[in-house]
Ligand binder design. Structure first.
Ligand SMILES: Nc1ncnc2c1ncn2[C@@H]1O[C@H](COP(=O)(O)OP(=O)(O)OP(=O)(O)O)[C@@H](O)[C@H]1O
Length: 901
């Protein structure tokens, strides 16, 4: 054996050596024939190309390394890159890879949205999705024409071009599906052959059949795995397209993310459920249905043809008949899966929404100790979900029974029947029948031929039954897909409606101040903030009309004219900011404002400070990212200066640097959050800024400094506050108040009874107003003096009544008025006076009763005054100040005696 192996080894080596010699000789001969110069040149070319390839490889490696480092830095700083074509490059950290993945995101073009409006806002009448009017009315989800229109419309987003990645994935998926069908055919034939050889006792062929079987099995397994893989890839690709499209439509300058909840209301409060869960389920269902329907469809065509050939036309008619019957019966008894899925999505969304609310408001709920109440809300919602799921499962039992019986048993029975055709009715039995007739002549070969044909046909029929059952099961899946499709279509059509402001009422149904009644104009690019005859209206959800807060407001704020807007709670102060920011519609009149948000434009600081996810740096520069900051040539040192001005210089050290990531809304205190908002203002340096109660939690000394800093930076401030004390930092004062509270106003009046008045701070008119107010206060004070005198008089009289004791005359002494301290010194004279006046018992009792009533009223007033801690409000030189109650005056007013004026 060893000698044999050595021999074989030597032979192999010799063969290799001969091969090398042969080709070396060829090269040598060729080289000998070429000239010296050619040889030199080719050597040079070879060396150059090697050097160039090396250089390229090095450069490529360097670029990759720089890219990787940049990616890691961008991930750390929560930032991205702007590309010249308007796209963004972001780096996504992989969980089990040290390198982040690079993703380029292209924003959907406005033209694409316009082109798609036709599909989502003006569906064809035949689809039954509304009557051509926008917004389209909702249809019941189901397998109908509306479903066809919806899925085709969504397909135009998911597969935008025939050469897109998604189309390529689908084509490869289809190729593998067809390959698997072909393999099933080959397997069916091989199965028949193996059984035939086994029955015939042909061992060699039987073993060879097994080898082929195993080889085929390996390839079939690969095909199946690829089908699954490509199905998932298609689902992810669809989801990526749809999610990016929805995000571009949802989060843009038109503020659709605000309007969809606050103005349109078409999605309820669960847009997140639509975008996350429903969208993902829709994509999974579409991709799996493609393979669930695509493969069985191909299978059915191919296997039916094969069976037609081997079993004859009667078998084909039988097969088609059994499909038709099964489809009709199952269709009749099928529950409305689409509707059920759509309803399930909604209830799931509501439940999830409640949990999201709990997380967002955890601190507030914890302070109120509201866990029990929140739990009962959650349990109630979950019960609704559970009841619904119970109902769905119960409905499914009947359908599953029917489905199982039809697919597993009735089809196999008909399969046996059809397979017996060539045996019992050979004339009608196709190829099988013919071979049956031929086999009768060959003794012994008949059984074997029958066996082979039967096994092949049985396998074909099994595959056919499998394909048919998948089609039948897919009817249910198709119904569920219709439910998801309806939800996703509703999401995108609602977004298109909000984006295009496509609100058209039916004739004669236009409500005042509804979304279809928006007639105002917004002028962007104005250097200032101007409102001309603009009604301030709190909008209601479409199609209801809004509530008018102020009927016509006109004002103008120019550079350097700082304006304070004050008024009672709920009067509509923030509403003005909402109208100017474009959150609420301009129903009438003209609104002019700067175009840009932020630098050189306008900025709005909302009442509730917002802190984003990300690093500490992101909190200061929001809504900019680090890339924007670098583009503006601003550095961390600049940010430190900004924080210093906002009195937050200690934050970077305390929190461990600029790149620290935390849940900032929980980390920063109320005042710190407000100062962070001011820091943002100082970073962006806009020309105009709305500050809505932006310093209410900041101490008054720091408040003054912040205002001065902002003004020094050239920011024109428009402050919204209930505190008139902020007036000293402003040039103008817009007062909003109920009509009766605003005397001598030369402003406008609101339909809701709200009037407005614009005053210049510190002018003669304002001083006059202040003087008038002072006069009124003095008058009130004089009244107080009169009340004091009257009170003393009553006390004296009461004292007399008590001492003389009218009850004594009756033999029933009156109980002493315990709340009153009787001054003995004064008593005698007054008692005499009283007696002299001859006050009767009844009269005295009446007097006492009246005094007690008066005392009760006065005590209530006093308590109120004490709770407020202030006595009256005075106006000095255009600044409202509050005067504390003078302690002496308090006691004089009866604190000591228990009587208050
Ligand atoms: N999204 C909304 N939809 C409908 N009405 C709203 C909406 N937001 C506020 N309102 C109503 O509009 C009115 C004015 O609200 P606004 O927030 O402007 O009050 P405000 O004067 O700023 O009060 P505060 O001093 O309490 O902040 C209130 O009656 C409020 O209930």
């Amino acid at each position: 054996m060893a000698a044999q192996s050595t021999l074989r080894h030597t032979a192999a080596e010799e063969a290799i050596a001969a091969f090398i010699d042969k080709y070396t000789e060829i090269i040598r001969t060729k080289l000998r024939r070429t000239s010296r110069t050619a040889r030199l040149l080719s050597t040079l070319a070879l060396a150059t190309s090697i050097i160039l390839a090396g250089l390229c490889a090095r450069r490529r490696w360097k670029r990759k390394r720089a890219e990787r480092e940049q990616g890691q830095k961008l991930v750390r700083t929560n930032s991205w890159l702007h590309n010249s074509d308007g796209s963004r490059t972001i780096y996504v950290p992989y969980i089990n890879r040290d390198r982040p993945a690079k993703v380029v995101i292209h924003t959907t073009k406005p033209l694409t949205f316009q082109a798609h409006r036709r599909l989502f806002l003006n569906p064809p009448r035949v689809s039954g999705l509304g009557d051509g009017h926008v917004p389209p009315t909702q249809t019941k989800p189901g397998i109908n024409l509306a479903f066809l229109h919806q899925i085709l419309s969504l397909m135009s987003i998911m597969i935008p071009r025939w050469n897109s990645k998604e189309a390529v994935l689908l084509v490869s998926h289809s190729a593998f599906l067809m390959l698997r069908t072909y393999m099933s055919l080959v397997v069916a034939r091989l199965d028949g052959e193996i059984v035939r050889d086994l029955v015939a006792g042909n061992g060699k062929m039987f073993l060879w059949g097994l080898v082929k079987w195993l080889g085929l099995g390996g390839f079939a397994s690969y095909t199946n795995a690829m089908i699954k893989f490509l199905e998932c890839k298609v689902a992810i690709a669809f989801r990526t397209r749809l999610t990016r499209y929805v995000h571009d439509l949802y989060l843009n300058d038109n503020l659709n993310y605000y309007k969809i909840h606050n103005l349109d209301g078409g999605l309820g409060s669960a847009a997140d459920q639509f975008i996350t869960q429903d969208l993902s389920q829709f994509c999974d269902a579409t991709a799996s249905l493609y393979s669930a329907l695509g493969k069985p469809f191909v299978d059915i065509c191919v296997f039916n043809y094969q069976l037609y050939r081997s079993l004859g036309p009667l078998a084909l008619a039988g097969l088609v008949g059994s499909y038709w019957l099964s489809g009709t019966v199952m269709g009749k008894f099928s529950p409305p899966f689409a509707k059920m899925k759509a309803a399930e999505g909604k209830i799931e969304g509501d439940f999830r929404g409640l949990h999201a609310r709990l997380i967002a408001n955890a601190e507030e709920i914890a302070f109120y100790n509201g866990a029990e109440t929140e739990k009962s809300f959650l349990n109630r919602e979950f019960k609704a979900l559970r009841d619904w799921m119970d109902h769905v499962y119960r409905t499914r039992i009947r359908y599953n029974m029917l489905e199982d019986f039809i697919v597993k048993y009735s089809w196999s029975a008909s399969g046996y029947l059809l397979a017996s055709l060539p045996i019992f009715l050979p004339a009608w039995g196709g190829l099988g029948g013919k071979s049956e007739q031929a086999g009768r002549a060959v003794k012994g070969g008949r059984e074997r031929a029958r066996m082979k044909d039967f096994i092949t046909n049985k396998r074909l029929m099994l595959s056919l039954a499998d394909a048919g059952s998948r089609v039948m099961y897919s009817i249910k899946d198709l119904g569920e897909l219709a439910g998801y499709t309806s939800r996703v279509y509703t999401l995108i059509s609602t977004l298109h409606r909000v984006h295009a402001a496509a609100y058209h009422p039916k004739v004669g149904e236009d409500e005042l101040f509804s979304l279809s009644d928006v007639q105002g104009t917004t002028q962007l690019g104005f250097d200032g903030v101007r409102l001309e005859h603009v009604p301030i209206v709190a909008p209601s959800l479409w199609p209801q009309g809004g509530t008018e807060l102020i009927d016509s407001l006109s004002m103008i704020v120019r550079q350097g004219d700082h304006l304070l807007i004050s008024g009672a709670n709920g009067v509509g102060k923030s509403a003005i900011a909402r109208v100017i920011a474009g959150l609420w519609p301009v129903y009438r009149g003209l609104v002019s404002r700067p175009k840009a948000n932020g630098e050189d434009g306008i900025m709005f600081l909302p009442q509730r400070p917002y802190l984003s996810i990300g690093t500490l740096r992101d909190q200061v520069i929001y809504p900019d990212g680090e890339a924007d900051m670098r583009e503006k040539r601003k550095t961390d040192a600049h940010l430190r200066g900004v924080l210093d001005l906002a009195r937050l210089a200690y934050l970077p050290e305390r929190e461990g640097g600029w790149d620290t990531r935390k849940e900032w809304k929980d980390v920063l205190s109320g005042g710190e959050k407000q100062r962070m908002a001011i820091a943002r203002l100082l970073y962006h340096e806009p020309r105009y800024a709305f500050i809505d109660e932006g310093t209410s939690a900041v101490s008054s000394d720091v408040e003054g400094l912040l205002y001065d800093t902002c003004k020094k930076k050239g920011i024109t401030l428009i402050t919204i506050s209930t505190r008139a004390s902020l007036k000293k930092y402003h040039t103008y004062h817009l007062i909003l108040a109920e009509a009766e509270q605003l005397n001598g106003s030369d402003g406008g009046s609101g339909g809701g009874g709200v009037r407005w008045e614009l005053q210049r701070v510190g002018t003669e008119t304002e001083k006059m107003h202040a003087r008038r107010e002072l006069e009124e206060l003095r008058e009130k004070l004089a009244q107080v003096e009169t009340w004091k005198a009257r009170h003393a008089e009553i006390e004296r009289e009461l004292g007399k009544v008590w001492v003389e004791g009218a009850g004594e005359e009756e033999g029933q002494p009156l109980p002493p008025p315990t709340a009153y301290v009787v001054d003995d010194d004064d008593d005698d004279g007054e008692r005499g006076e009283s007696m002299g006046k001859g006050v009767g018992v009844e009269e005295q009792q009446q007097q006492q009763h009246e005094t007690e009533v008066e005392r009760t009223d006065d005590e209530a007033d006093y308590q109120e005054a004490q709770e407020m801690g202030v006595d009256e409000t005075e106006t000095e030189g255009g600044t409202l100040v509050t005067a504390e109650v003078d302690e002496d005056e308090k006691s004089a007013a009866g604190e000591g005696s228990g009587v208050v004026v």
